[in-house]
Design a protein around this ligand. Structure first.
Ligand SMILES: Cc1ncc(COP(=O)(O)OP(=O)(O)O)c(N)n1
Ligand code: TZP
Ligand code: MG
Length: 221
């Protein structure tokens, strides 16, 4: 079952030289999923960085998801891709990446998107933003009730994103989030490993949240 801290890289917070060391520290602190999110248009650098991150994640038993770019995910052998409303469909991504690829879908604040994504074979759905996000200030606001509904009605992990910190994240886990997707609270921290460890502790203290008693079974990741 995919559950825990999902860290997302940010070129504004991490110089190229700090990218891999920062992600390593996050994984050492307990991150289970890493997303390479880079909105620049420098294909050679993107391929180089994504390749280094795949190697790191393979060595550290974490999984690398590429944001937006299915072709890059295929090229570097990433574990999966995260798709939003401007990206390829799940079907096209699955054709290119294969059955084992992890495909995550942004559902913003819209329950029907989550239902459609689950039916189309998504491996997780993501809702948010939940709090004000400096990383993506224009993101639409979602309500924790969506997490509860998704946790109850879908058989795939549920991610929450947007302005999450180790202090405000508990409410989202209690509402039903399996994954807390975080940029700033981890990668802007002076001690990235310690910042990630706070989430590990948070998930450990919510191992038996009431939502766990739902219908989920064998096909949760
Ligand atoms: C885990 C996770 N959830 C949501 C997003 C946002 O995706 P998208 O709406 O496509 O926006 P960009 O990240 O591409 O700006 C995400 N990346 N990861
Ligand atoms: C990509 C994205 N989508 C919604 S909010 C967000 C950014 C999350 O970053 P932070 O954890 O710094 O708010
Ligand atoms: Mg996107």
């Amino acid at each position: 079952m995919l559950r825990g801290l999902y860290v997302i890289t940010d070129a504004g917070l991490q110089t190229p030289a700090r990218l891999v060391p920062g992600v390593r520290q996050a994984i050492e602190g307990g991150a289970v999923l890493v997303q390479y999110r880079d909105k620049s248009n420098d294909p050679a650098r993107r391929e180089q960085q994504a390749s280094e991150l795949v190697e790191l994640c393979n060595a550290q038993n974490a999984k690398l998801i590429i944001n937006d770019d299915v072709a890059l995910a295929a090229k570097v052998g990433a574990h999966g891709v995260h798709l939003g409303r401007d990206d390829l469909t799940i079907g096209r991504a699955r054709e290119q990446l294969g059955k084992k690829a992890l495909i995550g879908i942004s559902c913003y604040n819209q329950w029907p998107l989550a239902q459609q994504a689950a039916e189309a074979g998504a491996d997780y759905v993501a809702f948010g933003r939940f709090f004000v996000s400096q990383t993506k200030p224009d993101a639409v606001q979602a309500t924790p009730a969506l997490l509860t509904q998704a946790r109850r009605e879908l058989d795939i992990p549920v991610a929450a994103i947007g302005g999450i910190t180790a202090d405000n994240g508990a409410a989202l886990i209690e509402a039903g989030a399996d994954l807390l997707a975080v940029v700033r609270d981890v990668f802007a921290a002076t001690d990235v490993r310690a910042a990630a460890q706070r989430y590990q502790a948070l998930f450990a203290s919510h191992e038996h949240s009431p939502c766990d008693a739902g219908q989920h079974g064998e096909n949760r990741a």
